[in-house]
Structures are given as C-alpha cells and as structure tokens.
Design a protein around this ligand. Structure first.
Ligand code: AMP
Ligand code: MG
Length: 497
C-alpha cells in the first residue's frame, strides 16, 4: 500500500527511477549545530556544467543529470524528497585574527546520500541567504562557480584529496560584486564538509558538550581507529595533522596555491575545500600570492605548509577542553613537522622519476627548486618536459626553459648522474603519472568563463574532460598545455566570489 507521503515523494521524484537514499546524519547532531531552512529560488535556471563521471560514481543514473526536475532541485527551486536542507554554524580565524561566528552563509547542506562510495553530503553553494550570511547576499557568481567546479575536479584528477562538484547551474539573476554578474549554484559533494572552524565555534563558546558531540561524530564516522587510543581526541588531532601534512605536500608538489587558508576553510578530513582565489603556479615563484586581497602575503605559496600548521594549532586549542592536557595536544601536532617534509620529498622524487631514496636526493630536490625560482621557469611545463631528458638525449627542450643555461647545465649533470642507473621505462612511467600535462591555469578558466557568460558552455566541458585526466596526452589539445599568454598576468583574483 502506498502511503500519502510515499505518493507525494513519487510525484516529486526527479526523472528516471533514481530515488536518492538520504541518511542526513549531520542533521541528527541537533539544532545547536545548524539552522534548517529552504534554499531561495533563482529564476529560469540552466545547466552550465555537468560531471557525469561523478554522478555515476555516486550511483546516480545518467538520466538524473538530464532531468528538468533535477535542474530545478539543484538550483534550489524545489526540494529533493528526503533531504533536510540546513546551514551549519562554525567560527574561525581569518587572516590570523579570530573572526567569531561565521557559518554557511551561502551554502546549504541538503543532507547526506547513501552511495556506492559510502555516505556523501550534498551541498548547494550559492543557494541564498542563511542566518549566517552576515552582510553577504547568499549567492555565488557564475565566474567563481565555474572555477570551483573545474578546479575541484582538476584536483581529484591529480589524485589530491578534495571536495568534488556534481554540476553548476546558472540563472540570469543579477548579483552585485565589483560589477554586476549573474548567479550560479555549485552542487558540491564530500563525505563531510566539517571544518576546523566547527570545532573552534563550540570551544570558544564554552559549549563543551556540543564540542564532544562533534568530535565523537567525526571520530565514529571518519577516524574510528582513534577510538582505540588512550586519548581519542588527541589521536584525532594527530590524525587530522597527518592528513593535512599529506595535503600540503600534494599542493606544494603540484604548485597549487589555495589563497584563503583561514581555519574555516580547512577540512577536518584533509580535503581541499572552498575554492576561491586559488591558482596553479605559472612561473615558479616561491613567494607567489594568488589572492589580491591578501596584501600581507599570509597565504603565499611557500607559506602554505606553515599556515596549515598554524591552523592545526588552532584546532588543537579548540580540542583542548576534550584533550585536557596541553602537553598531549602539542605532542599530537609534532608529527606534522616530519610528515610534511618527508611527504614533499617523496612526491618530488616521483616527479624526478626516482622510485627510491638515495643520499643526495634532498639536495637535488632543493637545487631544482632553487633553479626554477632563479629562472622563474614555468612549473608545469618544466616537469612535463623533464620526462624527455635522459642521460643520452640532448637536453634542449628542458634547457630552453632557462635563461641561465650554465646553471641548468650544472643541474642537468647532477640529475643525469642520479638517473644513470635508473631504468628508463620505470622512470618515464613514474614521471608520466606524477607530472601533469594539464592544470587549471587562470587564463584557461578565464577563457571558459568568458564564453560561458555568452552562454557557450563548451569550454567548461572541454576543460573538465582534460582536467579529469591531466596525465593523459589528449591529442589535439596541446594549446591547453602551453605557456600562459601575456594577458594572464593581469588576471586579478580576489576573495570576491
Ligand atoms: P570564504 O572565505 O569565502 O570561505 O567565506 C567566509 C565566510 O563568509 C563564510 O561564512 C561564508 O559562508 C561567508 N560568505 C562568503 N560569501 C558570501 C556571500 N556572498 N553571502 C553570504 N555569505 C558569504
Ligand atoms: Mg569558506
């Protein structure tokens, strides 16, 4: 027998037989953690980008992303039956200063669905005002939504932990930033969107019962091994530090700058989260600042690992009421100081095509960074071309990237010696899997965005396909793997999104 509720759900269910199976465990934490509310509708939505691969991974039918009902639901114009939309509350340190309460000011958690990859939360970013919007309008613009959609998939393609994006939908509704732009919504997914700032919120407000509830929720779902430790909350801090250390190594190795590493933009799962003014390095400049609002360079490329540690320290402070002992909290942070550099070295060795570690490798990696910095060499192109350098072959394509040929020759001699006993095939294989041909350079995103503003979304599709498989050759698409044009350096990306 069909109940009234079932019948009404069936009537609302999006096309195809896809019926999402909602779990909504975050909602189970209780009202201290969020405000339940509905998204604010946007007029006449249209598809901007679809990630069919992710939809399939999540067990959604191909038809689901084709349906007009899904388009409405993922723009916030109708509720997916079984979801329980809410905005969560968190706080955080922004640019080194305690900012107090923040929260999901424009993101709505629809809930959590059961998938073949385990439970996944679904969030709509840009779905309207919430009680945490402060002065904001609750919206996201097309430009930044395309950037987040593409970059989160680029990171995933690179094998770097990240939240992901199922689609972007747009509307011609006007949104005021430095100029008038149009609105868009990114549908994001992750096992959890919990941030360091969620813990800071309850700790700073002396809500220690809620702090414990949150920590237990995270441990039970994502860090079950910590439960076995003598001090589970110190173990949690250590485990988060470890994941964050690996994340930083991955960012530094691929030349990714996040741009706004505030504690509210740090994932408790060690995922790259909240894509704003991010940038992949073009020329290698260790002090590069990608965020034009970051006047002090707090989040410059070469400061990211230290900033992550600073943020972990804040998380440690937030967890102190549960850990109870400052020494233990500090001890839990200690491994970061060795895990990060070791993980970075390991990644850089694979980029050099070295499968094992030998004495002198660290010096070789350091010398490589110094040479790239002195010559402002294109970071991605250098590594991809390096693959072709063998002790036997001429070094021309790589050498051409350096104006200081002498210092390159010295380095190449050192490198050739190191690889002289390395199997060529093995090395080539390792390098091809670790030195991407395609990264989301600012100018590539910009070109796709310009076309999208004119309702041509083919550039978004093309980039998505390239970035999801960035180590592949993709014949016919070399122009996406070339040097940035001159105008790329004039692109200004700020916090405005
Ligand atoms: P962010 O640095 O972009 O991660 O955002 C910091 C805080 O500002 C978070 O609480 C966001 O939810 C909020 N926020 C950013 N942009 C908006 C907006 N347009 N409307 C409402 N809240 C926003
Ligand atoms: Mg944020």
């Amino acid at each position: 027998m069909t109940s009234v509720t079932d019948a009404s759900i069936a009537a609302l269910a999006p096309a195809g037989s896809t019926r999402l199976s909602w779990l909504n465990s975050f909602a189970g934490l209780g009202p201290d953690f969020y405000t339940e509310l509905q998204p604010t509708a946007l007029p006449s939505p249209y598809w901007v980008g679809k990630n069919r691969g992710l939809a399939r991974e999540l067990g959604l039918e191909d038809t689901w992303l084709e349906s007009a009902d899904t388009l409405q639901a993922l723009t916030g114009n109708r509720v997916l039956p079984g979801s329980r939309p809410l905005a969560s509350v968190y706080s955080g340190h922004q640019f080194g200063v305690w900012a107090g309460q923040l929260g999901d000011g424009r993101a709505l958690l629809l809930g959590e669905i059961d998938t073949p990859r385990g439970p996944h939360e679904i969030q709509l970013k840009g779905a309207g005002k919430t009680p945490y919007s402060r002065m904001g309008d609750g919206r996201a613009v097309l430009r930044s939504s395309i950037r987040e959609f593409l970059c989160s998939e680029a990171m995933h393609g690179l094998g770097i932990p990240t939240t992901r994006a199922l689609c972007v939908t747009g509307s011609d509704a006007a949104v005021r930033r430095e100029e008038i732009e149009t609105a868009a919504v990114v549908t994001r997914t992750a096992p959890s969107f919990i941030r360091f700032g969620h813990f800071e919120h309850f700790s700073y407000n002396d809500q220690h019962a809620q702090l414990k509830t949150l920590a237990d929720y995270v441990i039970d779902r994502f860090y079950p091994d910590c439960r076995e430790a003598s001090q589970p909350y110190a173990a949690l801090l250590e485990a988060v530090s470890e994941r964050t250390a690996h994340l930083m190594a991955a960012w530094q190795a691929v030349g990714f700058c996040h741009g706004v590493m505030n504690t509210d933009n740090m994932s408790i799962l060690g995922l790259t989260i909240d894509y704003g003014p991010f940038q992949f390095l073009d020329a290698f400049d260790p002090g590069h600042i990608c965020n034009h609002s970051d006047t002090q360079g707090r989040y410059a490329y070469n400061r990211q690992p230290n900033m992550a540690y600073w943020n972990l320290f804040c998380l440690g402070q937030a967890l102190l009421p549960l850990i109870g002992n400052q020494e233990q909290a500090l001890a839990a942070l200690e491994p970061y100081k060795t895990i990060f550099p070791d993980a970075l070295q390991a990644r850089m060795r694979t980029k050099l095509g070295l499968a094992d570690e030998q004495p002198g490798d660290k010096e070789l990696v350091d010398a490589t960074f110094r040479m790239l910095a002195a010559n402002k060499t294109d970071y991605t192109i250098f590594w991809r071309r390096l693959n072709g350098l063998t002790p036997q072959s001429g070094h021309e394509p790589v050498r051409d990237l350096f104006f200081d040929r002498e210092s390159f020759n010295g380095w190449a001699l050192q490198y050739s010696e190191r690889i002289s006993h390395v199997d060529i095939g093995l090395r080539a294989d390792l390098m091809l899997k670790n030195n991407p041909k395609f990264v989301l350079r600012n100018h590539l995103g910009e070109e796709a965005i310009r076309a999208a503003k004119l309702k041509d979304f083919s550039g978004v599709d093309t980039l998505l396909a390239l970035l999801q498989a960035p180590f592949d050759e993709h014949a016919g698409h070399d122009s996406f793997a070339g040097f940035p044009p001159d105008w790329a350096s004039s692109i200004e990306i700020s916090c405005s999104s």
